[in-house]
Design a protein around this ligand. Structure first.
Ligand code: GDP
Ligand code: IMO
Ligand code: MG
Length: 426
C-alpha cells in the first residue's frame, strides 16, 4: 500500500506543483483532496510553463489517472477552460475524473466573496475572490450543490432556484448590488454539465481498491499548513484542511492507508494576502527575494510578501502533518547572499515561544529569534548531487534537518522538472 501525501508547509506556493509532477512519473493516481481554483500550481516541462488551478499536477504525465476528490470545490467554467488549454497544447486530458461528491462553485459564491472582501476594509482577508469560502460555507450549512447534481438537471435546477432566491436577497439587501439571473446560471451550468458529465465518478471504491492493491496514489495538497482552517493564522486562512488530515475526510481513505507525508518547504518564506508573518522582510532584501524568486501569485498575480525561513512554522508543519520527508525548494534563490537567517523561536512580550500561538493578535507582536549562517555565492541551479553543493549551502540544509528532526529527501534547485538533487529515495 502506498499513499503519499504532498502538502505545503508554509503559506502556499512552496513548489508543490513541481514536486507532484516529479513524483507523478511513477504514480497510478494523483488526487486533489481540498481547495479549489484558489490554487496555482506551476509545472515546467522542458522550459514550457503550465499553471494548474484545479487540475491535479499529475496531468502532464499520461501514466496514471487524475482525480478531483470529494473534498475539492469545483468551478466548472474554470475546469473546462483549463482542460481546453491543455488540450490545445497537445496534452492528454481524458485521464481526468471528478468525484460525484465534490461541491460546485456557483456564480453567487464568487460574487459574495468579492462583495465581502470589497466591503471589509482593513478587516479583509485578501482572498483570491474565487468563491472558495462561500462555497465551503454552503457545504457545511448543507445548502451546497454537488457534482452528482449534474447527473440530474431537474434536481440541479430545483436547488439552484431555491438557493439563488436567498443569495440574491443577500446580494441586493446587504450589499446593495445587482441580483444574479436564474435563467443565465441555469443555461451556463447546463452547458458545463453536458461537457463534464462523463468525467463524474464515485472515486471512493476505486481509490481504496488501488491502495489495497499496492498501487501508488499521490494526494496533492493545495494551499498549506498556515492557511489551514483549524491550524493556520485564523482568520487569515483558507476554508479547507490542506494538512494531512484533510486527505482522510477529503478523499474517503483511512489514515492507515497514508504511508508517507511529504512536506514541501521553500528555503525562505512567502505569503499572499493579509495576516501575520513573523519573518517578513519589508526592505530591499525582501524585494530582492521577490525579484530573484519570481514571487508573484500564480493565480492572482499579486506580489508575494517575502521573508526568512521560519522553522517555528516548519516544526509545526512536521508535527501536524506527520511528515516523513521534506523537499526543500528554491534554495537556488538564496545564492549570492553574505549571510542567511533562520528563525528558531519567537519572542512575544518578553517571553520565548517555540510554538505558533493561536491568537493572531499575539502573533502580530512576535519578534523572530534568528540563527545566522554564512551564505554561498555559487550558482547551484545546474547541480545534480548533494556532494557538489557549496559547503555553506549544505550547512543550511543540515541545520534545517537537525532542527526539524525530519529527513530532507530532495532539494529542488530550479523550476524545471529536471532540476532536483535527490538525497534519499522517497
Ligand atoms: P505551488 O502553489 O506550491 O505549486 O507553487 P507555485 O507554482 O505557486 O510557486 C512556485 C514557483 O516557484 C513557480 O513559479 C515554480 O515554477 C517555481 N519553482 C519551483 N521550484 C523551484 C526551485 O527549486 N527553484 C526556483 N528558482 N523556482 C522554483
Ligand atoms: P497554492 O495551492 C498562496 C490565500 C489567499 C488568502 C487566503 C484565503 O498555490 O499554494 P481563499 O481564496 O482561499 O479564500 O483565500 O488564502 N491562498 C493562497 N496563498 N497559495 C495558495 O495556493 C493559496 N490559496 C489561497 O491569498 O490569503
Ligand atoms: Mg501556488
Amino acid at each position: 500500500m502506498a499513499g503519499y501525501v504532498v502538502v505545503g508547509t508554509q503559506w502556499g506556493d512552496e513548489g508543490k506543483g513541481k514536486i507532484i509532477d516529479v513524483l507523478a512519473d511513477r504514480a497510478d493516481y494523483v488526487v486533489r483532496f481540498q481547495g479549489g481554483n484558489n490554487a496555482g500550481h506551476t509545472v515546467v516541462v522542458n522550459g514550457e510553463k503550465f499553471i494548474l488551478h484545479l487540475l491535479p499536477s499529475g496531468m502532464l504525465h499520461g501514466n496514471g489517472k487524475c482525480i478531483i476528490g470529494p473534498g475539492v470545490v469545483v468551478d466548472p467554467k474554470v475546469l473546462l477552460k483549463e482542460l481546453d488549454t491543455l488540450e490545445e497544447k497537445g496534452a492528454k486530458v481524458d485521464h481526468l475524473f471528478i468525484s460525484d461528491r465534490a461541491h460546485i462553485i456557483m456564480p453567487y459564491h464568487i460574487r459574495i466573496d468579492e462583495l465581502n472582501e470589497e466591503t471589509s476594509g482593513e478587516n479583509k482577508i485578501g482572498t483570491t475572490k474565487r468563491g472558495i469560502g462561500p462555497c465551503y460555507a454552503d457545504k457545511i450549512n448543507r445548502i451546497g450543490i454537488r457534482a452528482v447534481d449534474f447527473l440530474n438537471m431537474d434536481i440541479f435546477a430545483e436547488k439552484l432556484k431555491r438557493f439563488l432566491e436567498k443569495k440574491n436577497q443577500i446580494i441586493t439587501k446587504i450589499y446593495e448590488s445587482e441580483p444574479l439571473s436564474y435563467e443565465k446560471i441555469l443555461a451556463d451550468y447546463t452547458g458545463y454539465a453536458d461537457r463534464l458529465r462523463h468525467r463524474i465518478i464515485d472515486s471512493i471504491p476505486e481509490i481504496n481498491k488501488a491502495l489495497d492493491e499496492d498501487k501508488l496514489v499521490l494526494f496533492e495538497g493545495a494551499q498549506a499548513m498556515m492557511l489551514d482552517i483549524n491550524y493556520g493564522t485564523y482568520p487569515y486562512v483558507t476554508s479547507s484542511s490542506p494538512t494531512t488530515g484533510g486527505v482522510t475526510t477529503g478523499v474517503g481513505v483511512s489514515p492507515r492507508k497514508i504511508t508517507k507525508g511529504i512536506g514541501v518547504m521553500k528555503a525562505y518564506t512567502t505569503r499572499v494576502g493579509e495576516g501575520p508573518f513573523v519573518t517578513e522582510l519589508n526592505d530591499e532584501l525582501g524585494e530582492k527575494l521577490r525579484q530573484i524568486g519570481g514571487e508573484y501569485g500564480a493565480t492572482t498575480g499579486r506580489p508575494r510578501r517575502c521573508g526568512w525561513l521560519d522553522l517555528v512554522v516548519g516544526k509545526y508543519a512536521v508535527d501536524i502533518n506527520g511528515l516523513t520527508d521534506i523537499v526543500i525548494t528554491k534554495i537556488d534563490v538564496l545564492s549570492g547572499l553574505d549571510t542567511v537567517k533562520i528563525c528558531v523561536a519567537y519572542e512575544i512580550d518578553g517571553k520565548r515561544y517555540d510554538y505558533v500561538p493561536a491568537s493572531t493578535e499575539i502573533l502580530y507582536r512576535a519578534k523572530p529569534i534568528y540563527e545566522e549562517l554564512p551564505g554561498w555565492k555559487e550558482d547551484i541551479s545546474q547541480m545534480k548531487t548533494y556532494e557538489e553543493l557549496p559547503e555553506n549551502c549544505k550547512k543550511y540544509i543540515k541545520r534545517m534537518e537537525e532542527f526539524l528532526n525530519c529527513p530532507i529527501s530532495v532539494v529542488s534547485v530550479g523550476p524545471d522538472r529536471s532540476q532536483n538533487i535527490h538525497i534519499r529515495e522517497i
